[in-house]
Write a protein that binds this ligand. Structure first.
Ligand SMILES: Cc1cc2nc3c(=O)[nH]c(=O)nc-3n(C[C@H](O)[C@H](O)[C@H](O)COP(=O)(O)OP(=O)(O)OC[C@H]3O[C@@H](n4cnc5c(N)ncnc54)[C@H](O)[C@@H]3O)c2cc1C
Length: 347
């Protein structure tokens, strides 16, 4: 086994996801500590452009593969390419991101090759000859330190936005990898329910079982990359409550987030959930409307630069860690905020 550390990059519709840069930066740091070098694996379209960005973050080599087989996403070709590369090069560690893509591909590769895998890692440190990972436990109330044991490549799944990006690298060597010939399967990914990058409409729609569900507008930044997020919780009272969240988000050019209570109630698709079992976000501004601030929600948004909370209960836990708290009925305050933002913009 080598001392190299790899990052599994993620390309969505030809665009490199930010998490790829975070993973590559961390891969370079860990590889340096182990005396190896960092590499990234980029599968999809526009891999040449992606490779330059990954190189800037410290990847010495980028294994790039383009082919029709990666479009219309199916797990199998991505997993097959990564598994083959791991078998050929035996890296010490492969970092993958806690996105739908990373979870899907890494789990299959682990099962196929019989490799150790860890999820939800928030911090990684080199101690002696091994690495120590910090993973949340007991609903995020505690964190647990873990270490891999045994032989073989290890697959480490990082929480989104867990690592910073640094661009101190250079131009990587790009190794073209043949895409596998995978026969068409009887499955395809479609629809907005739980999938990333899906087209969403921005209106009250119907879920497959017929219940009302809010479909936030497309064309906004992905939650984990958004600079401004407006999130709604159980305090919205129902899916239609997201209309005012959407209005404020549209006025601010923000993305729409949600608490798990809102997602579990079926008011908004899971792709919008922020928190321990949803997305980790790090915007400049996070506006929480009708969200109590449970520790599991905080786990996904607590490092936002400025947290604004609107809650009618002055004792809500969120007021203990927000930067600006508004004790009020959101049904009054949110439309007022939207109107104020529009006035400022001359709309
Ligand atoms: C293992 C595990 C994982 C979890 N993962 C997540 C996760 O990823 N993300 C997540 O969010 N949660 C997660 N949870 C759930 C979490 O514990 C909370 O239950 C959830 O965050 C509560 O959502 P909420 O704040 O919307 O609802 P509530 O806690 O019910 O809070 C609603 C808030 O709205 C306020 N409110 C009501 N009406 C109004 C009004 N008109 N105007 C203003 N305020 C109003 C209330 O005062 C209240 O504070 C997880 C739980 C477990 C056990």
């Amino acid at each position: 086994m080598s001392n190299d550390v790899w990052a599994l990059a993620e390309i969505n519709n030809g665009k490199l996801a930010n998490i790829s840069l975070q993973l590559t930066t961390k891969a370079a740091e860990l590889a340096a500590a182990f005396g190896g070098s960092a590499a990234a694996v980029a599968l999809g379209t526009n891999t040449q452009a992606a490779a330059q960005e990954l190189g800037a973050c410290g990847a010495k080599t980028v294994y790039a593969s383009e082919g029709e087989v990666y479009n219309q996403y199916l797990t199998q070709p991505h997993a097959e390419t990564l598994a083959t590369l791991i078998q050929q090069h035996q890296p010490r560690l492969v970092l993958w991101g806690g996105t739908n893509y990373g979870r899907d591909v890494a789990a299959r590769v682990a099962a196929r090759l019989g490799l150790s895998i860890e999820y939800n890692v928030g911090e990684v440190a080199v101690e002696g000859d091994g690495i120590v990972m910090t993973v949340p436990a007991f609903g995020g109330a505690q964190s647990v330190k873990m270490q891999f044991t045994g032989e073989g490549t290890k697959l480490l799944g990082a929480r989104q936005n867990a690592f910073p990006t640094s661009r101190g690298g250079g131009t990587p060597q790009v190794e073209q990898v043949h895409a596998p010939a995978v026969p068409a399967k009887g499955a395809k990914v479609s629809g907005p329910f739980g999938t990333e990058g899906a087209e969403e409409a921005g209106h009250l729609g119907k879920a497959p079982d017929g219940h009302d569900i809010w479909m936030p507008a497309a064309s906004r930044a992905k939650l984990e990359e958004a600079q401004v997020i407006v999130s709604g919780g159980r305090g919205l009272g129902g899916p239609q409550g997201f209309q005012q969240i959407e209005d404020l988000a549209a006025a601010l050019g923000a993305s729409v987030g949600a608490s798990r209570a809102a997602v579990d109630a079926g008011w908004i698709p899971y792709a919008h959930q922020v928190g321990q079992t949803g997305k980790t976000v790090k915007p400049t501004v996070y506006i929480a409307c009708g969200i109590s601030g449970a520790v599991q929600h905080k786990a996904g948004m607590g490092t936002s630069s400025l947290i604004i909370a609107i809650n009618k209960d002055k004792d809500a836990p969120i007021f203990q860690f927000c930067d600006l708290g508004i004790v009020a009925d959101l049904n009054v305050v949110v439309p007022q905020l939207t109107a104020a933002v529009k006035r400022r913009k001359g709309q």
